[in-house]
Design a binder for this molecule. Structure first.
Ligand code: IPM
Ligand code: MG
Length: 410
């Protein structure tokens, strides 16, 4: 079943800081659910173009959204803000307070990509990635949805065999504000005369419970199969993860078939036979790694959107690819992942499933027409190589002229 409802996660308790040991933490919200946000005539959207190819793909996406709004009779106020390297240059902060305030005051946030060679040698607090982590934490975006759906027209762009990837449709639900990414204590100290580096892999019950609920909900609206990934044969934190996920799913998601898999095995199974997976749920670091792996099943990172959502308030929607500084400003970037991220935003945050579907179908139609940016062009495929601007225009034209399907939100 297609997951086609708008989504927010309702808040009951305020989010506690993940920087304190679990015993000292206030439980985070445990009563999460996926709900439709009411459809409106006018939305305030924050656009975060970021770095590298970000401004180009944002421009292309903006044009598509403007055409979509005109056609469908609603408005989107698209206001830009700074994040990443450009924010470091302008404000000496990878995610300035002003950007955070603007994001929190919007209905939703659409982010392009961040980072570049220029900032690679900066101290950690002045690196673009720190801005991204700060945004996730400050906005309480604890659930990250990363779909990897193989697109028929691009099967040959995958490095795996056609029979392995054909029909693959996996959703990775990654916990995004906990784990070794944010756990304390952490640091590099001198112990017994040598430097020792350490981080803390830590999850509280309530943090696991709320991501398990999101995953249960997502799985029940997709194929009904949920695979929880951990390293419970070695890690205590994973044993707790496994126990809590089992409890939540067996009590409240009786229609979901739950299985467990160790992360090393999952990494192998994703390449061996990815069609066995429907929805995967995992912690932050395992999800970081597995979602990159899952994305390569599809062939190009340039096609993959993602959604990061919290208990309430705006979500952040972004392509999973990086800022590709090597091709920035050359009109070679692929804007399709950002356009598909806008589709996820329409579906999950703005209660506009029909418009989301229209964008998804326009992307499919553009590929069907044989138009390709460089990253998805194969030698001898007979397709036409076009730039980022032309790809945006082609999608906009289709959005203007295509028939819209009647989508009923579930
Ligand atoms: C991702 C990225 C980030 C992460 C980096 C840029 C901090 O790899 O979104 O997957 O590790 O979460
Ligand atoms: Mg990553």
């Amino acid at each position: 079943m297609k997951f086609s409802t708008a989504l927010t996660v309702a808040s009951i308790f305020s989010t506690a800081s993940a920087f304190t040991p679990s015993s000292l933490r206030t439980p985070v919200s445990v009563a999460t659910s996926l709900n439709a946000v009411s459809k409106k005539d006018s939305y305030d959207i924050t656009l975060l173009p970021g770095d590298g190819i970000g401004p180009e793909i944002t421009e292309a996406t903006k044009k598509v959204l403007q055409v979509l709004c005109k056609r469908q009779g609603f408005t989107m106020n698209l206001n830009e803000a700074l994040i990443g390297g450009c924010a470091i240059d302008a404000a000496n902060d990878p995610f300035p307070q002003e950007s955070l305030d603007q994001c929190l005051a919007s209905d939703s946030v659409l982010l392009a990509c961040i980072g570049g060679y220029k900032w690679d040698a900066n101290p950690r607090e002045l690196r673009p990635e720190t801005g991204l982590l700060k945004m996730r934490k400050e906005m309480g975006l604890f659930a990250n949805l990363r779909p990897a759906k193989v697109i028929d027209q691009l099967i040959d762009a995958s490095t795996l065999k056609r029979e392995v990837v054909e029909g693959v449709d996996v959703m990775v639900v990654r916990e995004l504000t906990g784990d070794v990414y944010f756990g304390e204590p952490k640091g590099i100290d001198v112990i017994n005369g040598e430097r020792v580096g350490y981080n803390n892999m830590i999850y509280s019950e309530s943090e696991i419970e709320r991501i398990a609920r999101v995953a249960g909900d997502v799985a029940s609206k997709r194929g009904g199969k949920l695979c929880s990934v951990d390293k419970a044969n070695v890690l205590d934190v994973s044993q707790l993860w496994r126990d809590v996920v089992t409890d939540v799913i067996s009590k409240d998601f009786s229609d979901v078939e739950l299985s467990h898999m160790y992360v090393d095995n999952c990494a192998m199974q994703l390449i061996r036979w990815p069609k066995q997976f429907d929805t995967i749920v995992c912690g932050n670091i395992f999800g970081d790694i597995l979602s990159d792996e899952a994305s390569m099943l599809v062939g190009s990172l340039g096609m993959l959107p993602s959604a990061s959502i919290g208990e309430s308030g705006p979500g952040v929607f972004e392509p999973i690819h990086g800022s590709a500084p090597d091709i920035a400003g050359e009109n070679k970037a692929n804007p399709l992942a950002m356009i598909l991220s806008a589709a996820m935003m329409l579906k999950y945050d703005l209660d506009r499933p029909a418009e989301a579907l229209l964008l998804e179908e326009a992307v499919e139609a553009v590929l069907e027409k044989g138009l390709r940016t460089a990253d998805i062009k194969q030698d001898g495929d007979g397709c036409e190589l076009i730039g980022c601007v032309e790809m945006g225009e082609a999608i906009a034209e289709l959005v203007e002229s295509m028939e819209i399907k009647d989508v009923v939100a579930v």
